[in-house]
Design a protein around this ligand. Structure first.
Ligand code: AMP
Ligand code: ZN
Length: 310
């Protein structure tokens, strides 16, 4: 098995309990699980709960949906491999002859290395659900007055970070919302959602707090990137204690400034460079936090919580 981060004793205990209760279905690979019906029900209800809060805040985001793969060219253009080479998942496929296919199947049948028979495809697994939004909006030309708010939904994201922690998955759902507009509008939107998200999560009985955060940039130069991101307060996270020595980030708020808009030529109605921000709720982590807080029997959750979600 490939390298993976082992679980702390309380993480291992939580994982066992979730599997025992039928909430998670192990695949044999750390960080990849199926989901039972109660778990999935709460996940979908939480997604609808976010939609409700967005509507109550007066938002009418445009709904766009994308598959959980993006063109390899996009992460090449974005410099993703400079920042997060350890997290990317690249899709490889077979393009050889019948003889090579036989050789590959033979190695695979013996569980030997068959990577030499594979070549890189044009796709990578989706690292964050907002990525396809930026080129799509850039293609439309200048933004309408006031910019746009996009709801790319709660789709799958992949991160190559195998772990025994049930809160650290390789494939998970991230519910995002994206704002693209003038810098001040985007900043105000992000700050508004940060406060709203705390309220929305506390409304479900979670002991949620927020903090300035940084992305897990790779290597020594990555530490400098992370320090600069923190200094400029470009990223916030909402944290809840689930299991393990540290609280877990269940939602994130990112202000990208002109990182995406400059690459895709996104301009405001006045022709000025636009800015972008996104927020992401980690579906699986939020369901876990709810189960950790209110118990594994969803039917026995406090009435106040059930009233919000059911
Ligand atoms: P990020 O783009 O890293 O800020 O991630 C957005 C949200 O996705 C985070 O706030 C988490 O709730 C969730 N998330 C990130 N990585 C993982 C993971 N490995 N497993 C489960 N959820 C994750
Ligand atoms: Zn995003």
């Amino acid at each position: 098995m490939a390298d993976y981060r082992p679980a702390s004793p309380d993480q291992a205990e939580l994982l066992d309990a979730l599997v025992e209760a039928g909430h998670l279905i192990p695949s044999g690979v750390p960080g990849v699980y199926g989901r039972g019906s109660d778990y999935e029900d709460v996940r979908m209800r939480f997604d609808a709960y976010v939609t409700r809060w967005s509507k109550e805040a007066g938002e009418t985001p445009e709904i766009l949906r994308f598959p959980p793969v993006i063109p390899r060219k996009q992460i090449e253009d974005l410099g993703y491999l400079e920042n997060f080479p350890h997290l990317a998942g690249t899709v490889f496929a077979f393009e050889g002859t019948e003889g090579q296919a036989r050789a590959m199947a033979e190695s695979a049948g013996k569980h030997e290395d068959w990577s030499e028979h594979q070549c890189m495809s044009d796709l990578v697994l989706m690292p964050a659900v907002c990525y396809p939004v930026y080129p799509a909006i850039g293609r439309r030309g200048p933004l309408p007055a006031g910019g746009v708010t996009i709801d790319p939904g709660g789709s799958y994201a992949f991160r190559h970070e195998p772990s025994g922690d049930p809160a650290r998955l390789q494939m998970f759902h991230m519910r995002e919302l994206v704002r693209i507009a003038e810098p001040e509008t985007v900043q105000a939107w992000r700050d508004g959602w940060r406060d709203r998200a705390i309220q929305l999560l506390r409304g479900l009985g979670l002991d949620a707090s927020f903090d300035v955060a940084a992305d897990p940039f790779f290597g020594r130069s990555g530490r400098m990137m992370a320090a600069s991101q923190k200094e400029q307060a470009l990223k916030f996270e909402i944290l809840v204690q689930i299991a393990g020595p540290e609280p877990t980030a269940i939602a994130s708020f990112n202000y990208h400034q002109d990182h995406f808009s400059s690459l895709y030529g996104i301009t405001t109605a006045d022709g000025e460079p636009a800015h972008t921000a996104c927020l992401g709720f980690g579906h699986e982590r939020i369901v876990l936090a709810l189960m950790k807080t209110h118990g594994l029997d969803v039917g026995a959750w406090p009435d106040e919580v059930r009233r919000e979600l059911w």
